[in-house]
Design a protein around this ligand. Structure first.
Ligand SMILES: [Zn+2]
Length: 401
């Protein structure tokens, strides 16, 4: 395909890069060049397509979802506590068919794109996302989820699932690993994940330190998790992750609500990303998330929607607004989490979450929302805008209405 130049009233290429009247050279789904001014656009000598009175930004990156679980929306109440919620979810999931999971993944992906998300880190426990995502969907890091509840009789089946990991990435789908959580993954299964992750250089995501209960179980074999799990390992979750060789820059740790200060420092040194899910946080009525402590420790943060089993909507715009309010954060900080932070979390830094040479042409055109980055970021992170149009790999997925 011939290169084309796309122009708009302004481009917000990165939180600190605002270009008035610039453009992008797009070719074969990639950004080949960023043109900084109308003069540079004219000099490019390439056919230009002007989008008009809009702000063009990179698509948002949702760093944590379980799209398949949209089929269980509203099924389980959090009222009886987290362990009971998990039990309820396991029961509801057992009663649902694979078609329902696939339908939920397709619909969830469409909702995300309508809100400006062009890349999702999705945890796939049933194979539904692998079937449902691809052409016509968002770009996806599909993490294959494995767990054995610490029960060695279940480990062989989980290892078999690891051996069945898809091979090469394709145009829209990259593969990854999701050892579910330190309390549901035995040391043997964790070690196998670490080994496979190293061999193939796979991005990995792990639920970590979501609740106090999991720490009680992991370190002392105490509490309600004893109803569901066998063999407390007698170590902290972070130690279990590190022992498997999985504490590093290719790993995102999801939730991270109950970290010790020394653990924040370890995570910062390792270069792992922490993913916060504001909707789930609200669903379980959790104490405020420690944005300040994580940022002070120098840990990169990202945002996720999690699933409709613990959230009311799949819309990263809603999550940005929640994070901004609950964390009392600057718009620029929140936008960074939803773009550059998400890109790092899903192992696609440089390719998504930014408008730069060599990035994917994953774009959103927003209604004009202010002269300058400050005003625009305020509107973008307030959940006040609906995308006019969205492109994944240069292909329009939603036309202006
Ligand atoms: Zn999750």
């Amino acid at each position: 395909m011939e290169p084309t130049v796309v122009t708009a009233r302004a481009l917000l290429c990165a939180p600190d890069r605002w270009l008035a009247g610039g453009g992008l050279v797009l070719e074969d789904g990639w950004v080949r060049a960023v043109l900084e001014s109308p003069r540079a656009v004219a000099a490019a000598g390439v056919r230009a397509c002007d989008l008009g009175d809009v702000l063009l930004t990179p698509g948002l990156v949702n760093a944590h979802a379980h799209l398949e679980l949209g089929s269980l929306a509203g099924e389980v109440s959090p009222a009886e506590g987290f362990v009971s919620w998990v039990e309820g979810l396991i029961e509801a999931k057992a009663g649902a068919g694979v078609r329902a999971f696939e339908r939920a993944a397709t619909e969830g992906a469409a909702h995300l794109m309508a809100g400006g998300t062009t890349c999702v880190g999705d945890v796939d426990s049933t194979g539904a996302s692998r079937s449902a995502l691809g052409a016509g969907g968002p770009r996806a890091r599909i993490y294959r989820e494995v767990l054995d509840a610490g029960d060695e009789r279940r480990t062989p089946v989980a290892l078999e699932r690891l051996r069945g990991m898809p091979g090469e990435d394709d145009a829209l789908r990259s593969w990854g690993l999701a050892p579910h959580a330190p309390y549901t993954v035995s040391p043997a299964l964790f070690a196998a994940c670490g080994e496979l992750g190293r061999q193939r250089g796979l991005a990995t995501t792990i639920h970590w330190a979501e609740t106090v209960e999991e720490g009680d179980w992991l370190e002392r074999g105490e509490g309600d998790f004893g109803r569901l799990l066998r063999h407390s390992p007698g170590v902290s979750g972070l130690d279990a992750i590190e022992a498997a060789g999985l504490l590093g820059p290719a790993t995102s740790l999801v939730h991270a609500n109950h970290a010790r200060p020394s653990e924040r420092e370890r995570i910062a040194r390792a270069g792992a990303v922490v993913v916060h899910c504001p909707g789930t946080h609200a669903f379980f009525e959790r104490a405020p998330f420690g944005f300040a402590a994580w940022r002070e420790a120098g840990v990169e943060l990202a945002l996720g929607t999690d699933s409709l089993a613990s959230n009311d909507v799949l819309d990263l715009g809603a999550e940005m607004a929640r994070a901004r309010t609950t964390g009392n954060l600057d718009p620029e900080v929140v936008w960074t989490m939803a773009t550059l932070g998400g890109a790092r979390a899903v192992g696609l830094a440089g390719a998504v979450g930014t408008l730069a040479e060599g990035a994917r042409a994953d774009l959103v055109a927003w209604p004009w929302c202010g002269d300058g980055a400050r005003e625009a970021l305020d509107a973008l992170t307030s959940h006040a805008l609906c995308p006019r149009a969205v492109w994944v790999g240069g292909r329009a997925v939603q036309t202006p209405s």
